[in-house]
Design a binder for this molecule. Structure first.
Ligand code: NAP
Length: 270
């Protein structure tokens, strides 16, 4: 797997953009027009800003998350900006069954007739503690939300994604997923698995579909999760989700057709 943060993307895949170009991507107005994009964890943090951004650039955004009031607030913001009408898909990834996810696929098909992209963004941090003392129930919960449910949802939505002209599946990793670090426990392991999942999906589909699977690593970003992980850090020293949106648009837009199996670090010095 090519997970270098600085090397150009694999030329064998006819990649259209290098990592540097993805990081510094300047989006053209309406570059996501006509696309239907699902964002998980769309009610807060990076997912919220990605949903607003995708809508601003013309996509119809499907807002998936577990806290309805937060999703409604994002819905209202999108309506106020006069973008394509979004949809709210309440789903707790900890509890949702595979059957519910397949029903969601049928619902999206009947209501929208297409699905062009998923930003698999929802995750929890769990505990920052040595593995020796890691609470096993928390371990299972983190692995389920961050990894297993992400796999289940992606697999359940694949039939629709395969029908898309150029479907894009973006997973969210982390620096501790690329390079595991002491005390990051289940979170780091779940992100390592996400990078592997993206790689395996890429290998299994690259010769038979137009689908592309990639990981994005946002790097330290001003959100609740980051504040929880680094309570002593000044949030003002961090980039905001808005600052890093170029990469998120790039991987969803047709400019990144041919970019496959990459782990793109948006702040590679993190
Ligand atoms: P965040 O502010 O904590 O937001 C996480 C989002 O995921 C929230 O909308 C949350 O919903 C949702 N979520 C959590 N559990 C869920 C569940 N069971 N079902 C459905 N939705 C659920 O985190 P963030 O910082 O924006 O992180 C976004 C992604 O970037 C994550 O994958 C994270 O691992 C990754 N990341 C972040 C940083 C960083 O510095 N911020 C760095 C590297 C990677 P509620 O609001 O309803 O709880």
């Amino acid at each position: 797997m090519s997970n270098s943060t600085s090397s150009p993307v694999n030329q064998n895949n006819n990649s259209s953009l290098s990592h540097e170009q993805i990081r510094n991507f300047v989006a053209a107005d309406n570059c996501l027009a006509g696309k239907v994009i699902l964002v998980t964890g769309a009610g807060a943090g990076i997912g919220r800003v990605a949903a607003l951004t995708y809508a601003r650039f013309g996509a119809t955004v499907l807002l998936l998350g577990r806290t309805l009031s937060k999703l409604e607030a994002v819905y209202d913001e999108i309506e106020t900006m006069g973008a394509q009408q979004p949809a709210i898909l309440p789903m707790d990834l900890e509890k949702a069954s595979y059957d519910e996810m397949q029903k969601l696929e049928r619902l999206i098909d009947s209501e929208f007739g297409q699905l062009d992209g998923i930003l698999n963004n929802a995750a929890i941090l769990g505990n920052l503690t040595p593995l020796e003392m890691y609470d096993v129930d928390t371990f299972a919960k983190v692995m389920h939300i961050n990894c297993t449910a992400t796999f289940m949802l992606t697999q359940a939505l694949l039939p629709l994604l395969k029908d898309a002209k150029n479907g894009s599946i973006v997973f969210t990793s982390s620096s501790v997923g690329t390079h595991p670090r002491a005390f990051w426990g289940a979170y780091a392991l779940s992100k390592q698995a996400i990078e592997g999942m993206s790689d395996i999906f890429t290998q299994e589909t690259k010769n038979t579909t137009n689908l592309r699977f990639n990981c994005i690593n946002p790097g330290g970003t001003r959100t609740n999760m980051r504040a929880h992980a680094f309570p002593g850090e000044s949030p003002m020293s961090l980039k905001t989700p808005e600052d890093i949106m170029g990469g998120y648009i790039a991987l969803m837009s047709d400019e990144s057709i041919g970019v496959r199996g990459q782990v793109v670090a948006l702040q590679p010095k993190d």
